[in-house]
Design a protein around this ligand. Structure first.
Ligand SMILES: *[C@@H]1O[C@H](CO)[C@@H](O)[C@H](O)[C@H]1NC(C)=O
Length: 332
């Protein structure tokens, strides 16, 4: 059969048909490869941080049901007790404060005993905090650092402490970033910390793949969790406002804070998704797929708004935010 035969058969659109077929084949192969799963889940241990509530809490329940040995790091006794009661005897909890080197070391020693010779199949760096968020000028350096300590230093410190256990199992590191690690839409430490998680995770993946270790980044859109809870965010905005000098306050004007809070409520209520399983499904895939992806975006707002925005020129987001957010009263 020569090419002339195909041309006769398909007509002048031969090239189009061939390309189309190749694309469809590529998608089918990709979907098949993406659906392959690992074996031996009942022998594997996974450590999750930030399990008191939100994604971490739900993930522990799901991983337990899948048959993993789940080691859950909780910040509070109450969080740990509630989770243990809800899940059952297979799941084990440990008190963990990711901003405290000693606490991390203790949790690691405990996990090392639990996993024994098997090593640790997965660590999910999920613990995070969003407080405070607000206009950049309102922040003191400590305000930035408060978020960075948890979301950036915490992820780095946990990863470095647990890496020997992961290496032993040729396991997985799953880091929770955010769409705000792709588009910096908010002042304060949160976006900075999530950009840091993206960079740290990309470096890790490129450095560790030689050892059979996979590094996955989860990029959730806006979900109803403690991170997007309005009460603490608004309380912090009031605190930030109150720490401003009268001169700075005057440049924003009396009404600015109220307007800002109103816009934030409107946005959060409109976009926050309460189906946290969209995120935990991504985490589960990262831990159970034979070929985990480098990045997972979770939620419609992530897929349709934030990730596409992240590929656009900066001025698109600049203009969008300018249209949405209030204006300080004394602009140049
Ligand atoms: C976590 O550890 C830091 C640093 O030691 C400490 O300042 C903070 O109060 C701790 N947080 C909790 C909730 O225990």
């Amino acid at each position: 059969m020569d090419t002339q035969f195909f041309y006769d058969l398909l007509g002048e659109n031969a090239c189009l048909y061939t390309c189309g077929t190749l694309v469809v084949l590529w998608i089918l192969v990709w979907l098949y490869r993406d659906s392959l799963e690992i074996e031996g889940i009942p022998d594997k241990y996974v450590f999750v941080t930030g399990c008191d509530s939100g994604f971490g809490n739900l993930l522990c329940r799901k991983l337990d049901r899948r048959g993993f040995h789940v080691l859950a790091g909780c910040l509070t006794e109450k969080g740990a007790d509630d989770l243990k009661r809800a899940v059952g005897p297979n799941l084990k909890t440990v008190l963990l404060n990711v901003t405290n080197e000693e606490s991390i070391q203790k949790a690691m020693e405990w996990a090392k005993k639990e996993v024994g010779e098997k090593g640790l199949w997965g660590i999910v760096n999920n613990a995070g905090s969003s407080l405070p968020m607000g206009p950049s000028e309102w922040m003191k350096v400590e305000d930035f650092q408060r978020t960075l300590k948890v979301n950036m230093n915490g992820v780095i410190a946990m990863t470095m402490a647990f890496l020997p256990l992961i290496k032993k199992a040729r396991g997985r590191i799953v880091n929770v970033a955010s769409v705000l690690g792709r588009v910096a839409a908010n002042g304060g430490g949160y976006c900075i910390s999530k950009f840091a998680v993206e960079g740290f995770s990309d470096c890790l993946r490129r450095d560790l793949h030689y050892f059979g270790i996979n590094v996955c980044i989860i990029e959730p859109g806006f979900f109803k969790t403690a991170v997007t809870s309005l009460d603490p965010l608004e309380r912090e905005l009031h605190r930030l406002w109150n720490q401003l000098s009268p001169e700075v306050k005057a440049t924003y004007g009396d009404k600015y804070l109220d307007k800002y809070i109103k816009v934030q409520r409107l946005i959060m209520n409109a976009v926050c998704d309460s189906d946290l399983s969209k995120v935990t499904n991504c985490m589960e895939h990262a831990l159970t797929a034979a070929h985990p992806r480098s990045r997972y975006s979770a939620g419609w707002d992530a897929k349709l708004l934030w990730i596409p925005l992240s590929y656009m020129p900066a001025c698109v987001v600049d203009i969008g935010l300018k249209l949405v957010l209030p204006r300080p009263s004394k602009c140049a």
